[in-house]
Ligand binder design. Structure first.
Ligand code: PRT
Ligand code: ZN
Length: 288
């Protein structure tokens, strides 16, 4: 490991992204200590150094090369990001950026925001969206508690992050348009050296193995030999399923990998085809 190959990863210090970002790093087999209050930490077994920062600052640090890569929500990457690459979606911290209005007001469409005032912490994304719909509105940029703006008379609508929707609801607002669907992403500096890129490729390979494992299940089942073709056709596996004869010569045991999304559908079809004793086991990592 040379110094030139060490990459710096900026992670949110404390907030909604922190725990899942750290979990992903740990599941990728990277060991480090992140004692409370630490701003920096070097991994013990991988050429990576962590910087713990406020999420809003991460896109700038990555653009400037202070950090090589960072983990932020797509909302922040789009709002604050200039000259950065979007490298990989990570599948956690899912939320949406939406327009909302007081619930008693009828909504007829985005044209309704013409000449309205909208409070938001995302002026750039909102402006782009309104321009695309030929709506000109007054945008009030505020940095927090956006949802109270209509009730204090600051704006007639808001554009804010929504997850369950309960914050809007408890402030008498209703969601009327989704502007952006967001999840955590890895962003990267655009001028990384070849050595750093090689380290990044190794990291991405590990992350993808973890993600693939999460999206798949290992399945073991017993099948009557007369239905073997039918059952193996339902289980493509990584290459093809493993078929092992059982002591009972009319039966075999089949092992395979199935996709989480198709899971219940496949299980039902397997049972209809005579499969018994179905075991489903989580996969930690999956290398293809
Ligand atoms: O201190 P720092 O600046 O680092 O953190 P922060 O307070 O700016 O960010 P943080 O930790 O709140 O969120 C980090 C990222 O998590 C955001 O940029 C989003 O990408 C993502 N995320 C996911 C969310 C939410 N879900 C979320 N629910 N960010 C914010 N919220 C807030 C939202 O602003 C609103 O006030 O939660 C409220 C809405 O939630 P519901 O469930 O009531 O709809
Ligand atoms: Zn922030």
């Amino acid at each position: 490991m040379t110094d030139n190959s060490i990459i710096r990863l900026a992670i949110q210090r404390k907030g909604r992204l922190s725990e899942d970002s750290l979990r992903l790093i740990k599941e990728s087999g990277i060991k480090f200590s992140n004692g409370t209050g630490k701003l920096k930490s070097m991994a013990r077994n991988f050429p990576i150094e962590f910087l713990f920062l406020r999420d809003d600052d991460i896109p700038d640090y990555v653009a400037d090369g202070v950090a090589d890569i960072g983990i932020v929500g797509e909302n922040v990457a789009l709002e604050k990001g200039k000259n950065i690459d979007n490298i990989k979606k990570l599948g956690f911290s899912k939320c949406r950026l939406s327009l909302a209005i007081p619930k008693e007001i009828e909504y007829s469409g985005v044209e309704q925001f013409q000449n309205a005032s909208i409070a938001t912490s995302y002026p750039k994304i909102l402006r782009t969206y309104l321009d695309k719909h030929n709506v000109s509105a007054e945008i009030h940029e505020i940095s927090g508690s956006v949802e109270i703006a209509p009730s204090i008379g600051l704006a007639s609508g808001v554009c804010d992050i929504v997850s369950s929707g309960s914050t809007l609801l408890s402030n008498g607002l209703k969601e009327v348009e989704t502007i952006l669907n967001s999840e955590a992403v890895i962003i990267g500096n655009q001028n990384m050296s070849a050595e750093k890129k090689a380290t990044l490729d190794k990291l991405i390979f590990r992350i993808e193995s973890v993600q693939r494992g999460k999206n798949s299940k290992y399945i073991l089942l017993n099948a009557p030999n007369k239905n073997l073709d039918k059952i193996t056709a339902l289980l493509p596996g990584m290459r093809s399923p493993t078929v092992v004869p059982l002591a009972d010569k009319d039966w075999s045991s089949i092992h395979s990998v199935i996709n989480e999304d198709d899971f219940w559908d496949v299980i039902e079809k397997l049972r209809t085809a005579g499969a018994e004793g179905i075991l489903v086991v989580p996969i930690e990592k999956m290398i293809i």
